[in-house]
Design a protein around this ligand. Structure first.
Ligand code: ZN
Ligand code: ZN
Length: 339
């Protein structure tokens, strides 16, 4: 007697032992009725994805056509409005106080009253000479001055450290990479954007936060402070490796010191002893990480033709994901910033 060896399974939605279709997407089994329902449900979800895509596309088109509607632009508008409001409120309060003080200048009013009486009397009696006129002119001038700029009222401008209106600027970074971990004589500053050497006569290293397994990634670093006799190290480290203070011989690392000694898999090759890096403050180095071609490239931006070096990375020794890995040697205060 012939018998089927195909075991029936339970349909996921109805539980009947008639599951004959398996969806490779969710690995669930379905009966004939529910397999079409399942497809319909996926179709509906697809429609939602497309709708969301279209809405995003439309938003982007709007931003391109009129950048003023961008949320960040609206933030700038808000800052402008709030700052102007603040100024208006302060001006209005100052005007109010000043009006009260101006109406309250009793002394000048009293002096003017006396002068008026004096003048009326002198004219009525036709009793005045040149010296009287000079005195009255001087009195009038003084009163005029006191009204315009009374000694008792001053307008003071705040020169506090904290400004009344804080200025805004736009900062655009080239990458969102930051330093995350440090070892040895370095510390991380400025929200992960700067590595600083902080103890003399020893080494320190940092690795980045980002993890890279595909595509090309370019990073730029600026020497904010650098002692000319020193060198720095630029390279990569697998996420799975532990960073050591001596960057150039940390196991699994690939990269270069800035005097172009090569490190492959944590071993430095062709060491040129005591070669100076020839780096100055504000020099920029560019590290290109090409995960697809499994290479890294380092360029000193001020001399790209002579100072560009490329390394093939053996991913059996330095597996994905990679992280950026930098080292500094010796001098306290040397600083490298991710741009
Ligand atoms: Zn499915
Ligand atoms: Zn079913």
């Amino acid at each position: 007697m012939a018998s089927s060896t195909v075991a029936k399974t339970h349909c996921a939605p109805c539980g009947k032992l008639t599951g004959i279709f398996t969806c490779r997407g969710c690995a669930k089994d379905f009966c004939t009725r529910h397999v079409s329902e399942h497809r319909q449900m996926l179709g509906k979800q697809m429609d939602e994805v497309i709708l969301e895509h279209d809405q995003l596309r439309q938003k982007l088109d709007e931003f391109m056509a009129d950048p003023r509607v961008h949320p960040l632009m609206i933030k700038v508008d808000e800052w402008e409005r709030e700052s102007i409001d603040k100024i208006r409120q302060a001006a209005s309060a100052a005007r109010q106080q000043l009006s009260n003080r101006i109406r309250d200048t009793n002394k000048e009013i009293g002096d003017l009253k006396l002068l008026s009486q004096e003048l009326t009397k002198a004219r009525d009696e036709d009793d005045f000479v040149e010296t009287d006129l000079t005195t009255w002119i001087e009195k009038l001038e003084k009163l005029y001055k006191d009204f315009n700029a009374p000694d008792t009222i001053q307008i003071l401008q705040d020169d506090n450290e904290k400004p009344f209106i804080s200025k805004i600027t736009i900062s655009a970074r080239e990458s969102i990479e930051i330093f995350e971990l440090s070892a040895g004589c370095t510390r991380i500053e400025d929200n992960g954007q700067v590595m600083v050497h902080n103890r003399s006569a020893n080494h320190g290293s940092v690795c980045g936060k980002g993890q890279y397994s595909s595509g090309q990634h370019k990073f730029r670093f600026e020497f904010e402070q650098f002692s000319p006799q020193n060198w720095a190290f630029f390279g990569i480290i697998p996420k799975s490796s532990i960073i050591k203070d001596s960057s150039w011989n940390t196991p699994t690392v690939y990269g270069w010191t800035t005097n172009w000694n090569v490190t492959r898999n944590g071993t430095q090759e062709g060491v040129t002893v005591a070669t100076r890096s020839d780096i100055n403050k504000n020099d920029i180095f560019e590290l290109l990480m090409d995960c697809d071609r499994r290479t890294i490239r380092l360029t000193c931006v001020k001399m790209p033709t002579t100072a560009t070096h490329q390394l093939d990375v053996d991913i059996a020794l330095c597996p994905f994901p990679w992280k950026i890995f930098l080292g500094l040697q010796s001098s306290v205060g040397d600083r490298i910033r991710i741009l």
